[in-house]
Design a protein around this ligand. Structure first.
Ligand code: ZN
Length: 283
């Protein structure tokens, strides 16, 4: 699988760098107050919507301890300031908003996404509090032995009765890139091994893509599709679908170039039939 001569498996830092450059481009022009970075002419916004997508590069070692403490207090307080603003906005829009939330949740969607800070499920979809049950981990993996994601899926399907399960990956995924790097990642090895297994499953298709960045993007997509298959291997999803005709599983990928979601058109019905030849748990 690893072929150092062609380095088909080794993803250069170029794609990742491009992704970072792309997200640093948008201009966030909403009015806001600012917190100064100590020993820096740069500043960060105190409102969530206007926040810079990247922290400025600060030379922490050159800073006085008091300045670091001040910075940490400010970035901590910033969250509470944003929270107060958000709560006031919700209440202004709907005085019963929090009373309704306290009555319970009835989300339509389960979202399984990457932990990457740049892809917040509600913000990129325009969904509101109460609309989506969320699970995120590095590279949006659905592992059979991960009690966390398995519990989330079971709870979402059996108790919340979600209608859609979305596995959402993203181009420029650092987790996928790390998995493609021929290097010992310590405790991350068993986690990232799942992505190496996806590569092995689709080795012929991926190796036939000559351009490294294109191959990397395709691996991101194939990883999402394989995680959708893993969702469909669970008893709760199979049994609920047999009984209710939901949930439907979807494979999406987010792109930094334009901020849009791409629907990979995962064929739930067809894949379920394929999977149940071996993984049928409806009996
Ligand atoms: Zn990622």
């Amino acid at each position: 699988m690893f072929r150092s001569s062609r380095s088909a498996f080794s993803i250069s830092s170029r794609a990742q760098t491009q992704a970072k450059v792309r997200v640093s481009q948008p201009s966030f022009a909403r009015p806001s107050t600012f917190i100064s970075y100590p020993n820096s002419s740069r500043s960060i916004s105190s409102t969530r919507s206007a926040a810079s997508p990247r922290q400025p590069d600060t030379n922490w070692r050159a800073m006085a301890e008091t300045d670091i403490s001040k910075y940490l207090r400010q970035t901590h307080e910033r969250v509470f300031e944003c929270n107060r603003t958000w709560a006031a906005e919700q209440k202004a829009k709907n005085p019963d908003f929090f009373a309704l939330l306290s009555e319970g949740q009835n989300p339509e969607y389960l979202w399984i996404g990457c932990s990457d800070s740049r892809i917040p499920a509600e913000q990129i979809t325009g969904l509101e509090a109460g609309d989506v049950f969320v699970h995120r981990n590095i590279a949006n993996l659905v592992c059979n032995t991960d009690l966390n994601v398995m519990s989330v899926i079971t709870y979402a399907v059996q108790h919340l009765k979600v209608k859609h399960i979305v596995v959402c990956g993203h181009y420029g995924c650092g987790g996928v890139k790390a998995a493609m790097t021929p290097k010992d990642m310590g405790i991350l090895n068993p986690w990232l091994r799942n992505i190496r297994d996806v590569y092995r499953l689709h080795e012929n298709e991926l190796d036939a893509i000559p351009d490294e960045d294109t191959r990397y993007e395709r691996l991101v997509e194939l990883n999402v599709i394989e995680q959708c298959r893993n969702v469909m291997k669970t008893a709760s999803v199979q049994q609920s679908y047999a009984e209710n005709r939901f949930p439907i599983v979807h494979a999406w990928v987010f792109g930094f170039r334009d901020g849009l979601l791409k629907d990979l058109k995962f064929d739930h019905e067809k894949v379920l039939k394929e999977i149940q030849k071996v993984y049928n748990l409806t009996g």
